[in-house]
Design a protein around this ligand. Structure first.
Ligand SMILES: CC(C)(COP(=O)(O)OP(=O)(O)OC[C@H]1O[C@@H](n2cnc3c(N)ncnc32)[C@H](O)[C@@H]1OP(=O)(O)O)[C@@H](O)C(=O)NCCC(=O)NCCS
Length: 185
């Protein structure tokens, strides 16, 4: 059943840009690891996306392989170039949180503000609902206005703020926690 759902993604297309370019959405494969890393590291370098440091290919590979059948990673590509990716990752190793996943989304610099992030998040939420997931959570910097706009547009609700929660360059920074139910219960 899960395998069939993934197969459907591979065949789906979405028109996500205002200039009418057709972008293909599909499940990520191992061959995408270098491009996933590249786009993630752009987010790190740009400052507000994550408190994390740049990832190596080995770290990205381990992260990729750590995703099970209930943890989809989707990519958008245009003419073979990976222009963005989004994932539902394990939120906690505790079994009681098995159907709660954490969302990440990263779009290649020159492809931002074209609807790619919104297309990815929309498609990933639909896929999460199809997989029977309960809830998606995420953590976002109060300074990341673009991401906050994107998440509000997709009906994420602010849960609260973790104050001085993550450290970057020796400075403690706040992080906003958001949630969105997928099963309406
Ligand atoms: C945050 C991020 C994922 C948003 O992705 P994006 O592709 O730029 O977002 P979108 O283009 O879907 O939406 C951005 C804007 O484009 C507009 N837009 C939506 N559909 C569009 C379309 N078809 N064509 C053009 N613009 C469109 C939206 O209205 C939105 O405007 P708003 O910000 O004023 O609401 C992206 O900026 C990014 O990768 N940032 C670095 C990594 C990061 O911060 N990740 C989140 C970590 S919490």
């Amino acid at each position: 059943m899960v395998r069939r759902a993934f197969h459907q993604i591979a065949k789906e297309q979405t028109r996500a840009t205002r200039d009418g370019r057709t972008l293909a959405v599909r499940q990520a494969e191992e061959r995408d690891i270098p491009a996933i890393m590249e786009v993630f590291n752009q987010g790190v370098e740009d400052g507000v996306a994550t408190f994390d440091l740049v990832h190596s290919q080995e770290q990205t590979g381990a992260w990729f392989l750590g995703h099970g059948p209930l943890e989809p990673i989707l990519i958008v590509e245009s003419d073979g170039l990976l222009v963005g990716w989004a994932s539902l990752s394990r939120y906690s190793p505790r079994m009681c949180y098995d159907t709660v996943k954490e969302l990440s989304v990263y779009v290649r610099r020159e492809w931002r503000q074209k609807g790619v992030g919104s297309a990815l998040v929309g498609r990933l939420l639909r896929r999460g609902a199809e997989l029977g997931l309960h809830k998606v959570v995420l953590f976002v910097s109060p300074l990341n206005r673009q991401a906050l706009n994107l998440y509000r547009r997709h009906e994420f609700r602010k849960v609260g703020v973790f104050h001085r929660h993550g450290v970057r360059n020796g400075v403690w920074l706040d992080i906003i926690a958001m949630e969105r139910f997928l099963d309406e219960r």
